[in-house]
Design a protein around this ligand. Structure first.
Ligand SMILES: [Zn+2]
Length: 246
C-alpha cells in the first residue's frame, strides 16, 4: 500500500501566499507549491522575486503558472511555447528552480504536454475538476496530472470537506492535490480564511504524525516512492517527522 501524498498548491502569486500561507504552514512544518504568473511578479498585491527566493529556500516549490495566464489550448504552438519558456526563464534568472507547469484554468491537452516537456518541464498539474479529487499512485503521466481538488474557498468548503478528501486519499494510497488561490479573510469564491487554512494545516500535521500521509511539494510528491510501513510504528513516526520538520 502506498502512503497517501498530499500537496498544497496556491495559484496566481498573490502576496498573501507569502504573508499568510507561508507563516501558517511554517508553524505546522509544511511546505507547498506556489504557482506563479510571471508577468505580475512584483506588482501591487503580488509576490516579489525576493519572496519567491525565500520560499524556495524554506523548501517550497515555485511552479510556472504561465506568463500572462491565458487558456493554453486556445493558443498557437508558438504562443504556447512562449508562455512555457519565458515564464520558466524569468524564474530561473531569479534563482528559482522550475520543474512544474500549472496551466491556468486547468486548460490542457496532450499536445500541450509535448510542448511542456520540450520546453524543459518535468511535471504538469492540469487538474480536471469534473473527476475525483484523488489521482491514483504511482502517477501514469507526470506531464498531465489530471486529478485534484476544486479551488478551495471558505464560501463553498468547510475544513471537514478537505479532511474527508484527505481520508479518501489515505484509504486509496493516492495523491491529493489541494488547490487554493487567496489565503485571506475575504468572502469570495477564491479565498480561504486564515482559520480554515490553519485548521487544514493542523489536520495535515496530525495525519503526518500518525504516519498516514506525506505532505510535500507537487514535484517531490510525484517522485516519492515511499510505501506505508504497516508493522513498524516507531519508524513511521520518524518517517513523518522527517517530512514535516524541514
Ligand atoms: Zn490561475
Amino acid at each position: 500500500m502506498n502512503i497517501a501524498k498530499i500537496v498544497i498548491t496556491i495559484d496566481d502569486g498573490h502576496d498573501n501566499v507569502y504573508t499568510n500561507a507561508l507563516p501558517i504552514m511554517e508553524k505546522y512544518g509544511l511546505v507547498g507549491t506556489a504557482c506563479i504568473i510571471t508577468s505580475s511578479v512584483g506588482s501591487t498585491g503580488k509576490v516579489t522575486t525576493n519572496q519567491l527566493s525565500e520560499m524556495q529556500n524554506k523548501g517550497w516549490e515555485i511552479a510556472s503558472h504561465s506568463v500572462t495566464h491565458p487558456l493554453m489550448t486556445t493558443l498557437s504552438e508558438a504562443e504556447q511555447r512562449i508562455e512555457l519558456a519565458d515564464s520558466k526563464t524569468f524564474l530561473e534568472q531569479n534563482g528559482i528552480t522550475v520543474n512544474t507547469f500549472a496551466p491556468p484554468s486547468r486548460d490542457w491537452n496532450d499536445i500541450s504536454s509535448v510542448y511542456a516537456e520540450e520546453e524543459g518541464y518535468k511535471a504538469v498539474r492540469a487538474l480536471d475538476i469534473t473527476s475525483t479529487p484523488t489521482e491514483p499512485y504511482p502517477i501514469s503521466n507526470k506531464l498531465y496530472v489530471r486529478h485534484g481538488s476544486t479551488s478551495i474557498n471558505s464560501a463553498a468548503h468547510s475544513p471537514i470537506d478537505v479532511f474527508n478528501w484527505i481520508e479518501t486519499a489515505i484509504s486509496e494510497g493516492s495523491l491529493l492535490t489541494l488547490l487554493f488561490h487567496h489565503i485571506r479573510d475575504v468572502s469570495d469564491n477564491y479565498s480561504t480564511s486564515l482559520s480554515d487554512f490553519e485548521a487544514i494545516c493542523a489536520y495535515l500535521k496530525k495525519r503526518s504524525l500518525d504516519g498516514e500521509i506525506l505532505v510535500d511539494t507537487f514535484y517531490n510528491s510525484l517522485n516519492a516512492t515511499l510505501k506505508k510501513l504497516e508493522n513498524e510504528p516507531s519508524e513511521r513516526i520518524l518517517l513523518s517527522d522527517r517530512n514535516i520538520t524541514i
